[in-house]
Design a protein around this ligand. Structure first.
Ligand code: PEP
Ligand code: MG
Length: 321
């Protein structure tokens, strides 16, 4: 019996044997919260804040604040993970343009925030102020080392101190997370567990940096392979470390339904997806048991070739649907 996607909206996101799997939404603008909720997202797992630069040249604190407060309010008690600016490389909106030979390996994201610390501080002030309107978490992108985390946390605590001295309120306990999207971070994630509350695996960049394939270059698109054993091993390591140390782990890169099955089988319980994939994914999750996903994951971890993984998963998916 097939259940329509409309009906799926009312149903829980859980496996056939009742293991809950959280499905959250990736958004780029506060108005997308409505779409996310209409697709039954449990919250926002990734708010890509840098898109504010598409509409505003150099957004001031109020512009940032209004966007975050509006998104947080619309979500009520549901959580929202606000990622700090991930500008540069594929998201260079022309404002901090520096000519570099390899922008993906250059001054992007957190590095750019450290270079333009006033821009970073302005954003952090705005996120902190917005935190009183909902259930806000802060996430730092492009972390490559413990030093990066320490530096970002140090700036955050200075900004908190500043708001405090100005009598400006913010939520007392704001969860802190980092993107795991650089191989050095994935390999050494055990060193981060004392600093953060959650890891969010960013497979778009993790695949790019692990396989040395520019995510935007069509000439090498055939080398961009999610189902590469290196990617599965890195992700598995991060899930295991997170689960062992009580650090929540989620994934927020663009991934296919087939891959989601494998990742559930590896122990992942939280996914942030583009809003319009949520119902399809929920439907698939409801049709499979945890044990089935574990068997599939085990089999996939033993395969060597990307194409064999894809072929095997397509066959499995057909049997589920
Ligand atoms: C990622 O890298 O997987 C990710 C979710 O972030 P972005 O696509 O914004 O770089
Ligand atoms: Mg990324």
């Amino acid at each position: 019996k097939t259940t329509s996607l409309q009906k799926i909206k009312q149903l829980r996101s859980e496996t056939k044997d009742q293991h809950s799997i959280s499905l959250l939404a990736n958004i780029e603008n506060p108005f997308e919260v409505k779409t996310a909720l209409s697709q039954s997202a449990e919250g926002v797992g990734l708010y890509r804040t840098e898109f504010i630069y598409v509409d505003h040249n150099h957004p001031d604190e109020e512009t940032h604040y209004n966007a975050y407060a509006s998104a947080a309010r619309k979500l009520g008690n549901r959580s929202i993970v606000v990622r700090t600016l991930d500008l540069g490389a594929d998201k260079d909106f022309g404002l901090f343009r520096t000519v570099e030979d390899n922008p993906f390996l250059g001054c992007r994201s957190l590095r750019l925030c450290f270079k333009h610390e006033n821009v970073f501080r302005t954003q952090l002030r705005a996120i902190l102020r917005a935190s009183v309107h909902g259930n806000v978490a802060i996430m730092f992108p492009m972390v490559s080392s413990v030093e990066d985390i320490k530096k970002a946390l140090d700036i955050l605590s200075q900004v908190k101190e500043e708001l405090h001295s100005q009598n400006i309120h913010f939520a007392p306990r704001i969860p802190i997370g980092i993107m795991i999207e650089i191989p050095s971070a994935a390999i050494t994630c055990d060193l981060f567990v004392d600093y953060v509350d959650f890891f969010c695996i960013g497979t778009n960049d993790l695949v790019q940096y692990t396989l040395a394939v520019d995510r935007c270059n069509e000439n090498v698109a055939n080398y961009y392979k999610f189902a590469h054993p290196a990617i599965f091993r890195l992700i598995q390591h991060v899930i295991q470390v997170g689960n062992k140390h009580g650090v929540r782990v989620s994934i927020c890169g663009e991934i296919s339904k087939e891959m989601i099955i494998v990742l559930i089988g590896m122990g992942l319980k939280e996914f942030s997806l583009s809003p319009y994939s949520i119902l399809e994914v929920k439907k698939m999750i409801r049709a499979i048991t945890l044990q089935q996903t574990q068997k599939i994951a085990k089999r996939v971890l033993g395969l060597v070739h990307h194409d064999d993984v894809i072929r095997y998963l397509r066959k499995k998916i057909k049997n589920i649907e």
